[in-house]
Design a binder for this molecule. Sequence first.
Ligand code: AGP
Length: 608
Amino acid sequence: MCGIVAYIGPKDATPFLLEGLARLEYRGYDSAGVAVAGRTGGLKVRKVKGRVADLAAVVPARFKGGTGIGHTRWATHGVPSDANAHPHLDNAERIAVVHNGIIENADELRARLAADGAVFRSETDTEVLAHLIAAHTAEGTELEDAVRAALGKVVGTYGIAVLDAEQPDRIVVARNGSPIVLGIGEKEMFAASDVSALVRYTRQVVHLEDGELATVRADGFRTFTEDARTTHRQPSTVDWEIDSYDTGGYEHFLLKEIHEQPGSVERTLSGRLDERFATAHLGGLNLDARELREIRRVKILGCGSAYYAGEMGAQLIEELSRIPAHSEPASEFRYRNPVIEADTLYVAVSQSGETYDTLAAVQEIKRKGGRVLGVVNTVGSAIARECDGGIYLHAGPEISVASTKAFTSTVVAFALLALHFGRIHDLSPADGRRIVAGLKALPDQIREILAQGDGIAELAAEYAESEGMMFIGRVRGYPVAREGAQKLKEISYVHAEAYPASELKHGPLALISPELPTVALVPDDELLDKNLTTLGEIKARSGRVLAIAHRRPDAKLADHCVLVPKSEPELDPLLLNIPLQLLAYHAAVELKRDVDKPRNLAKSVTVE
Ligand code: AGP
């Protein structure tokens, strides 16, 4: 995934381009570049391997022009290098292109263009676009027509911005599978991959649809389809606050986002709890009670942490409504020719709403006539639009690559869905009231856990140097263990493995040693005794144990313990997960990792 920005107006484009790229850096951060149409003609281009700050350091003061495009990259075709960084140019250095997505027929196009004289200077698929657009730019051709003609030959996904040195009064952008948002200013216009790059400049935005292009000029824009039909798009107003995109005094976005959870959970719950009928109202489901009663099975799909949140969601749905529910990685589901059943409700989970594997799974289900709900954070995103209905998380923008507040809000959204289902089926009013009360109590309980941050930081310092860590949990605790292990490995690079506690003696117990500590989820529920027995087995093999528990286990069973407030048993996993976020965060800080931008990862994976 990559980030794109563009500016056209009376000011110099470069300051906006660099600032916008810095805000989009979560989308990719292995190389960056900018191009502006200079006031004296021709294009000025700077691109480097590295971060946006590395780019800013090599952009000279004289790098001026009122029309410009920029890019921050996450490599797919070709290693991160100066040459592979965007923008890419044609032979004459007239056309500059920045691109997010994948051109699937790049090899074939490259061979044809090279035979016609195009000289390729990078290994990227994107460079094909620059040469292809140039090939359609005969004397007098409007840039938008050249772009349309070129895109007609392209198979793949793209969000692009195109600059033409000879038509510096416009930028042409296009979307197919990768987002492009236009920002409408006062006699100036912006475009970007997402609104975080725009909100300091304008709140008026237009989200392009797939298959749509726009010609953007300083005084306005025109949107149209690939066959040149004009579309009429009304701007919408962005309601997220500007400070959502700053670290707000925290050392990292991740820590800020962990601490935002009491508020983000409140927003996910807001207006959705019905105390009178002890249920939840979910306006966006687009399914009435009768249709919901016909559902025999729920299948949840997502990737990475979204998949683990789905596992927690599946347990909530089964427990509260007794409808069989199961979560599966969308990335696997889409490739196995899945059976789509008419009485199964499919639920796609995604923070970004852009993850390609999840989007492809949704499209496969719909192609076969299935019904899909989205549990999505980003309003208007590709997955949200593709689904038949759904639940928005309202968690606010999540910038750090590791998901925390969106994860928690996803599980809260599933708790609401499970409650709604349950109360349509056989969940008693008393149990409904119990869950409603449990949900309402969550924000304060999360605050209680966050107040233990310093103690958890000390524990993280103690465990961070381990050669690896085991995470174990039983039944409701197992998805918590999986998410805890995922968080630790992605930001601290400490190897972490999650196992059902019940499976330990079937193999992984052989790994237990003082060098491989275990984080154990030990809720005070009907499986407490079983969990304590497992701790005894680990201690008997000289293993170190950090328990995340409601009650402190005997000192003989756990070396350390983080105490978590008790919720309702079905909701406990939500709270047990919070200390694991802090543990991973502080371990990553201790090991001096790049917490918000871990190596090799990007915030959302918009490629296969
Ligand atoms: C979460 O910490 C990870 N960065 C990753 O697993 C993520 O959850 C996954 O890529 C799915 O992203 P999405 O929710 O935006 O679809």
